[in-house]
Design a protein around this ligand. Sequence first.
Ligand code: GLU
Length: 507
Amino acid sequence: MEAKVRVRFAPSPTGPLHMGGVRTALFNYLFAKKLGGDFLLRIEDTDQTRYVPGAEDYIIEALQWCGLMPDEGAGVGGEYGPYRQSERKAMYRQYADQLIESGNAYYAFDTPEELDEIRKAAEENKTVFSYDLHTRNQLKNSLTLSAEEVQQKIANGESWVIRFKMPENTDVAEKDLIRGEVKFNTNQLDDKVLFKADGMPTYHLANVVDDHLMKISHVIRGEEWLPSMPLHVLLYEALGWAENRPQFAHLPLILKPTGKGKLSKRDGDKLGFPVFPLLWTDPKSGEISRGYREDGYFPEAFVNLLALLGWNAGTEQEFFSMEELIESFSLDRVVKSGARFDPEKAKWFNRHYLQEKSDEELTELFKPILAKKAITLEDTKVTRIIGLIKERCEFVSELWEQGSYFFQAPESYDEKTVKKKWKEDSPAMLSEIVTLFKGTEEWNASAIKEEFSAFMSDKGWGFGVVMVPIRLALVGSSQGIDLFDMCELIGKDETIARIEKAIATIK
Ligand code: GLU
């Protein structure tokens, strides 16, 4: 029987989750759900020096916002917990010891200062120092020291680490589910630290041990971890877990909108878009980073745009609900090369999901914005207004930009439009329109239009000559929806008042 599909998202709580991290979570989630498997959240917090308070809560909240609920994990619980590596601390030592006993790892006593000096000396000779099979025999470790010396140093409380002993000149060929076979030769790889004297494992050991103990079937993670794959494969072998170890899939990088390289926070700051799902306030510096949620993106739009960063369904389809994504997702259709992020496309997705919402739903979302401005209006009216303007909007906040004139009279008039369209006889003409409107009994768009048209043809006036000045009076510019709909929704008295004010004010 095939083992159950179990995947994990394993972020380190070192700051806000980058959108690339959310995409990793999403692809894991889709893969699991498609195959009836489990999606786990494991917090990899072994590096206490990089721990940032609030980051774990941020990760959980971001996943929640996106609808990526773990079946097991930190904050959820489950059979294989705890799911926070700092709480699993006691489990790792035995595996480090096992590796030493089997000759796959060794103690190293070189102090950070000593290693720094060696590193500097190498730099001066234009080489790069690496703790590996070429150098380990000249360094201070249990391979070069006698057993007594090693015991002595440990007993003396000298600082130590446990390093993996990379085998000599061995080819490691591993199938990556996205990239195909990836080959490494161990002569190119260094002896990574697995465990430290403070009792904490490093990422590599903790990651492999936990994936094994949590029965992870597939490791789906970012491309930056591809160079760690051979070490992880060798660790599974050395620990005797080769047989049912997970399969690997390394996701392509998310690239900057233009130019080379990985999408960074700096690109977002420069071009004006978020790279994090939620707003983040740095606990140390107080620096604020914008988030998709606070910028007014719908989670459906965010998930949809992430899904298409490096994956496609092989069809023309671009809009996908979560259910549709689960249905269509497969790792075969994840690309190897980087996926370019396009902030304009992100807005385009949001626009789509905004148009999909009913006018009533949008009314609920818009009401807090109106409330903040101390504007009260019946819901039914707001709903009608939204129906008329939403097509111009990508974000709920733009409903205000597009429709503020429904709720408040203009405070100024666009100079350019005044110059071009407000003629000497405009005030006199508008006065006649005021008289006409005062006598208009039935105040709805079609009745207003009918009376207005009859009046205009009576007068022999061209529409253009009057329409823009009325718009100026009602909106303050030449913008806005159909003029008669506008008059109806603004209301008879207010329409008349605004035209009278314009006659008195515009020079
Ligand atoms: N803790 C690693 C990270 O922060 C996880 C890498 C992996 O999935 O193996 O990305």
